[in-house]
Design a protein around this ligand. Sequence first.
Ligand code: OGA
Ligand code: NI
Length: 262
Amino acid sequence: MDEKKKAKRDEVNPVGYHDGEHTKNVRDWKEVYDFLIDDSTLIPASPDPDCQELRTITNPWPENPSQFRVVCQEYAGEMEKLAFKLMEIICLSLGLPGGRLKGYFEEQTSFLRINHYPPCPFSDLTLGCGRHKDFDFLTVLAQDDVGGLEVKRNGKWVPVKPDPTALIINVGDICQVWSNERYKSAEHRAVVNGEKERYSIALFLVPSHHVMVKPLEELVSEKDPPKYLPYNWGKFYATRNRSDYKKQNVDNIQIHDFRVPN
Ligand code: OGA
Ligand code: NI
């Protein structure tokens, strides 16, 4: 715990160790370590739409275990390659050139999250990670053999069979918006276990802070008008970060806030 605390995340630095994460204003039963793929990443200094100031965030690596940093970076490098390959395939599936989206990631804010879910004696009263959709383009998730991830299908929570040799790919909200809902992001959550601890590692593929996320021009027409108003990725991220620490009086920001009414 002493080492973890040295790498602690706070409301100023959104990466590092955190054990009080909130999902939709409810505290999760987990601890996380978040680190950026690009160890010097630009984000808006404030969620205020009128503030143009930027700041650089860097990973607060712990010194111990001594191999932690290099192992994390090596894993991140491989997952990043895979994520960009998947992005290319998604572009092709939408009838777009494979490299159509790459330019939005030149100053990517992509990060990895190591989730640790300790056993919980009252596992039916809490969640490891509350129901949510990932705010990114896509997520590559690895998990151990304990199980706990559930995905919403036809109104029901369906457990995902844990397989440590497989990777789970989640479609995120940005993919839903760019594709004008040809892809839909997947709602999911993680339940906790009464006896066993569980680990998972997620890569969140996210664009540069200055990108305005909106349905791609090639995918909209008079018949199929844009279903979302443009939103600035960095401002969305900065606004959401504020709600990771405490219960707020307002719902946290969601892509639904930019949805054009039918
Ligand atoms: C997440 C997430 C699920 C899991 O970190 O966004 O959904 O199985 N994790 O840990
Ligand atoms: Ni998730």
